[in-house]
Design a protein around this ligand. Structure first.
Ligand code: FES
Length: 137
């Protein structure tokens, strides 16, 4: 049995399982990057940590093996499909990432209806992985 967390999103209490957003901090982004400066993946993680609702945990990872496709994140949660997204920009994609993560957290299985997903999520999904607890497709 998965323990449930009670948390608040946009002023509404929800009875929702744990949700986590993993961010690759090693990503160099889609532009050439000088290793003397902070990597765009690290910048992306820091900006998400500052802005994401507390109920969604931000976790750094070293690499998703998606290195040639910009900054990369994954959304996962108990009983949910896991989604991997790439080509993220640490400057311009914070708002759509928060929107997408909040919508993901508001579903019971992680599947946000296609038309309700942020445009970046619709166009840059690298992979989706079924929940370990079993699923119906
Ligand atoms: S460096 Fe980010 S996916 Fe490999």
């Amino acid at each position: 049995m998965v323990p449930l967390l009670f948390f608040q999103l946009n002023g509404t209490h929800m009875d929702t399982p744990f949700v986590e957003l993993l961010v690759c901090t090693s990503c160099r982004g889609e532009q050439a990057h000088d290793d003397a400066t902070e990597r765009p993946g690290t910048t992306l993680m820091q900006r998400l940590q500052a802005a994401m609702p507390e109920a969604i945990r931000i976790t750094p990872v070293a690499c998703f093996s998606n290195c040639s496709q910009g900054c990369t994140i994954a959304l996962r949660g108990s009983g949910r499909w896991t989604y991997v997204y790439g080509r993220l920009n640490a400057e311009s994609d914070i708002a759509p990432l928060i929107e997408g993560a909040v919508k993901y957290a508001a579903t019971p299985d992680g599947i946000v209806p296609w038309r309700e997903r942020p445009e970046h999520f619709r166009k840059n999904c690298i992979a989706r992985i079924p929940p370990i607890e079993g699923f119906s497709s």
